[in-house]
Each structure stands twice: as structure tokens, then as C-alpha cells.
Design a protein around this ligand. Sequence first.
Ligand SMILES: Cc1cc2nc3c(=O)[nH]c(=O)nc-3n(C[C@H](O)[C@H](O)[C@H](O)COP(=O)(O)OP(=O)(O)OC[C@H]3O[C@@H](n4cnc5c(N)ncnc54)[C@H](O)[C@@H]3O)c2cc1C
Length: 303
Amino acid sequence: MDRFEALAALLAQRCGTLEVRNEEPMSRHTTFRIGGPAALMALPRTAGEAKAAVRAARELDIRPFFLGNGSNLLVPDEGYRGFVVKLCGLDQTREVNRRLWAESGISLARLANAALGRGLAGLEFAHGIPGTLGGGVMMNAGAYGGELSQTVTAVTYLDREGEEHTIPAAGCEFGYRSSIFARHPDWLILKAEFSLPQGDPEEIREKIQELARRRGEKQPLEYPSAGSMFKRPEGHFAAALIDQCGLKGLTVGGAQVSEKHAGFVINRGGATCADVLALVDQVRERVLRETGVTLEREVRLLG
Ligand SMILES: Cc1cc2nc3c(=O)[nH]c(=O)nc-3n(C[C@H](O)[C@H](O)[C@H](O)COP(=O)(O)OP(=O)(O)OC[C@H]3O[C@@H](n4cnc5c(N)ncnc54)[C@H](O)[C@@H]3O)c2cc1C
């Protein structure tokens, strides 16, 4: 029995309700539609199941990888010989003492709709970001002047032993596309609390629609991608630098620098992880040579 078979057996024994899949193609779980199989994947639907997954992995000394919607992720073509815990099933919201709480697997679109449904403003910016709350907190996702750090007041997570902790936003060390969770990849974000002002539902809805329209105009949403490939370099915009170097449309295999938005690398069909990484290397090299600016990848590479 290999270690993943042993883990699957332990999970079946400890938590019979937890869904577990062997050799699950990661291309089904990334917005890039790229990636070979994960040795083992668990798909918890409750915090108890998530805890059982973390604790069983710890017992066998296997480090889990926590997956949201895979919208900021590149997975190697040969796959991932590891244990993936996908959190999309953990997606409930509730209101406690006039504060909104949401579980980490909820999509940011559903979270924004849940706020809208309660007449709460401040999450309109998040509606078009195709990730989960967990991935969003970890990356401090943001758009159009908003960032999750502006509305999150507390985060509950499991440490690597499976112990639960709740920390205030001040302890989350939020920065540009970063948080304390980015420095602790073995902490599983379970849920977050928000402080949101009351707003006019009609205005909130209109703002969501207006931002969706702006996104649709600027971004190549018709192709699989992982959004902006590079972080914003200090004092510059990655897309403007790439465009300035004449790199729109540059192609390696099935991967291409989008003609519509130079900051996006798109999968034009059949792109491999190797295609994307080769293209990223070419872009970084040309931008550095021609502008002196070093681009840093925002999209995470699994493994
Ligand atoms: C078309 C498109 C547009 C985008 N636009 C934006 C944008 O405007 N602004 C922006 O900020 N981003 C944008 N993104 C990028 C992406 O959607 C965000 O970074 C998002 O927050 C990632 O969430 P996810 O659930 O998909 O995370 P994943 O890609 O699944 O994971 C990202 C990281 O978060 C970790 N993680 C996920 N869930 C948890 C958890 N529960 N606990 C601990 N760690 C966890 C993972 O381990 C991984 O390291 C865009 C992407 C696409 C494809």
C-alpha cells in the first residue's frame, strides 16, 4: 500500500462521508484547464470533514495542498504526487450579531450576491473575481479599488495539527496580493467575517453590473486563463510593459499573450503547463531587456 492509499483508507475509516478521489485530473479544477492528475483529492463539505482531512494527513506526515477554484494556479502536466483538499463544497454564509460570516469555499460571486441579498455594500468589486473566499483571503484579492482586506474583520483557520484559531484582520498581515496565509501554506482558511455597511440594493446591483461590463470589455474571458499572470511591478503596470515590448499575441504551443489584455496568458486550446512557463520566461526576459523591469509571476505553480 502506498502512502496515498494508506491516507485514503484512514480517511474512509475516520470520516466515511468525506468524498475522496484517486488520480483526479487537475485540468478539471483549474480555470486554465491545465494540469495532470493529483494522487489523491478530498472534497470536504463541512468544517468537520475538512478537519478530518487535515488531521489524517498530519498523522501520515503528508502535507495537503488547499485548493479553491484553481483560478490563480498552474499545475504541471505530469500532475501532482500529493494530497489536494478542494474546498468548494464548504460554502455556507450566515449572519451573527449583524456581521456576515462565510465559509472559505464559497465563490466570491456568490459571496457578493449574499451581501447584496442582505442589502450590504462593499463586496461589489469581488463579484467578477472567479475564485473562492479562501483563495481570495490568501491572495488578498482585489479589483477596481477594492480589496478583501478592506472588509474582512476576522479569519478562522486550521493550523497544520488541525487546531482551529480565529484571528482579527490586523493579525492577517494583509498586503498587496499577500497575507499571513501566503507565508503559511499549511494553514487552512475555514471562514471569514465581514463588516459591511448597509447600502441601497439597486445601487449595489448596478455597481456589480457596471464592473462586469468593464471586465468583459477589457479581459479575454472567452478563453481559459488564470487572470493576470504577473504582479503589478512598483510604479508600472505589467500589461502596459508587455504591450510596449510588442508581445501581444506571442505564442508558445497553445499558450498565448492575450491580444485583448497583455497581462493575461490564455489557453487557446491544448496549452500545456510547459507552454505557459516557456511563454512566461520569454515575456519576462524581453520585458527585462527592453524596460529594465523584472516581472514577478502572480499565478502560483503547484509543486
Ligand atoms: C479571468 C480571471 C480574472 C481574475 N481577476 C482577478 C482580479 O481582478 N483580482 C484578483 O485579485 N485576482 C483575479 N484573478 C485571480 C484569482 O481569481 C484570485 O487570485 C483568487 O483569489 C484565487 O482564488 P481561488 O479560490 O481560485 O484560489 P486557488 O487558485 O485555488 O488557490 C490560490 C492559492 O490560495 C490557496 N488557497 C485556496 N483556498 C485556500 C484555503 N481555503 N485556505 C488556505 N489556502 C487556500 C491555494 O493553496 C493557493 O496557494 C482572476 C483570475 C481569472 C481567471
